[in-house]
Design a protein around this ligand. Structure first.
Ligand SMILES: Nc1ncnc2c1ncn2[C@@H]1O[C@H](COP(=O)(O)OP(=O)(O)OP(=O)(O)O)[C@@H](O)[C@H]1O
Ligand SMILES: [Mg+2]
Length: 161
């Protein structure tokens, strides 16, 4: 795994704060950004994706974890590809299904459970890790790997007081 270039941690005391950080991140996204979303069941990965989608003008209620497909795409101000790798058993399934092509398909990729298949990710991506701190609070740790996504963390740091 490549070394992380920049990192920051934010505490979200409630769901609204998670939504706020997702909104801030959404304004910094560019086509072909890759965001790996890691954390336990119910940690808030899909909630975060819904908030990004809403910020980009996509109907939030249309977003849910892809159940029958590995990836679901949505068109808003940017094209979003929402992956969920939780049910994938073998890495080959990702290539056989052709969903690796979305990584270079001109959209933003948001990949739940990306840490299950670290070799699937390119060298340059942003990781957002979700940790439970209580029922309604979460700690989000953002790490950029490679130089491309470092700009996101550098910009988000401006929001830290
Ligand atoms: N601070 C918070 N941030 C995010 N979600 C929160 C927070 N507090 C409570 N929640 C709730 O936690 C749940 C998170 O569920 P979500 O589906 O986003 O988890 P997930 O990480 O995608 O899980 P899975 O691995 O099963 O896909 C939602 O019901 C949400 O309302
Ligand atoms: Mg989910």
């Amino acid at each position: 795994m490549p070394q992380s270039a920049s990192t920051m941690t934010v505490t979200c005391q409630d769901e609204e704060q998670t939504v706020l950080w997702a909104d801030r991140l959404s304004h910094l996204l560019q086509p072909e950004d890759i965001i790996a979303l890691n954390g336990n069941l119910g940690a808030g990965k899909t909630r975060f994706v819904k908030a990004i989608a809403a910020s980009l003008g996509i109907e939030e209620t249309s977003v849910s974890s892809p159940t029958y497909t590995i990836v679901q795409s949505y068109a808003g101000q940017l094209l979003l590809h929402h992956f969920d790798l939780y049910r994938i058993k073998e890495e080959e399934e990702l290539y056989e299904s052709g969903c690796d092509e979305f990584l270079e398909g001109g959209g933003v990729c948001l990949i739940e459970w990306a840490n299950r298949f670290p070799d699937f990710l390119p060298d340059d991506y942003l990781e957002v890790s979700f940790e439970f701190t209580s029922e309604n609070s979460r700690e989000l740790t953002l790490c950029s790997f490679g130089s491309r996504h470092e700009r996101i963390i550098n910009s988000l740091k401006a929001f830290l007081s």
